[in-house]
Design a protein around this ligand. Sequence first.
Ligand SMILES: C[S@@+](CC[C@H](N)C(=O)[O-])C[C@H]1O[C@@H](n2cnc3c(N)ncnc32)[C@H](O)[C@@H]1O
Ligand SMILES: [Zn+2]
Length: 282
Amino acid sequence: MKKIEKGKLFLKQNLDIFSCPFCHENINALENNSLICDNQHVINLNKKGTVNFLTHSQKGDYDSKEMWHARRNILQKGLFDKIIEEILKEMPNEKVNLIDVGCGEGTPLVKLTEKRPQFKDAMVGFDISKDSINLATDNQKDIFFCIADLANLPFATNKIDAIIDIFSPSSYKEFNRVLSDKGKVYKIVPNSDYLKELRSLLYDKSSEHATYSNQKVVELFFENYPQAQKKEIKYKFKLTDDDFLDLLEMTPLKWGASDEKIADVKQHPLNEITVDVVLLIS
Ligand SMILES: C[S@@+](CC[C@H](N)C(=O)[O-])C[C@H]1O[C@@H](n2cnc3c(N)ncnc32)[C@H](O)[C@@H]1O
Ligand SMILES: [Zn+2]
């Protein structure tokens, strides 16, 4: 099936979970290759079978094709597989309408859907980065990927049963608007030992980047969801030299380091890395 036909099929079957990002009314029709809301706003599908729901031009920090290819390589190798397993254990054993906010190049969502084929979930991944969504639309799964802003969700009120947020920002006001009565947020936040070996290669002990605390992010989650659960997930992941280069390319952790430092670190590949995160469930 052509990408545009695949996209149209998904939208036709799941039109009720979307809403207009301009006026927040329902999307009531898919005509030719366009979504049309109750107020006649028109949003076009492109040939990749996806939609840009941004109401004005916005550029994220993550617009780099190289970064997204590197992230895909290492995620496909399994860097986050144990994280995805833990999320799966917590998900309900029934069909859900699910969104992955800040989904990046899409591998986590592809891996998630592969483990739940029996439920025929309606799965949507979106990101503000066009490069990431371009790559995400390559997948053959029944997942709809689109460009959108998590602070202005193009989803209908009370329609979403699962919000997956893996290392991405959150907008709890919007999350709470779209969540159904039984809906839950599954948020992954790095802990202080996340990629610690790489952190200590990149930064001296005196650097502000030498340590990381998730305290504020976790506190904000509990302010919004006082009954939330917290699950620690910590493991080591083996790296080949190529994996190490992909890891270095894909992580925002290096954004505070100089080019000279990064060039130097490339000469000292690690053969193992710590993944240390917390799973928060509302
Ligand atoms: C660390 S990356 C994580 C990507 C993906 N979840 C993964 O684990 O590979 C954070 C992501 O959040 C996205 N992001 C940041 N602000 C956003 C916004 N306002 N709306 C949608 N996505 C956003 C970035 O473009 C980036 O893809
Ligand atoms: Zn509208």
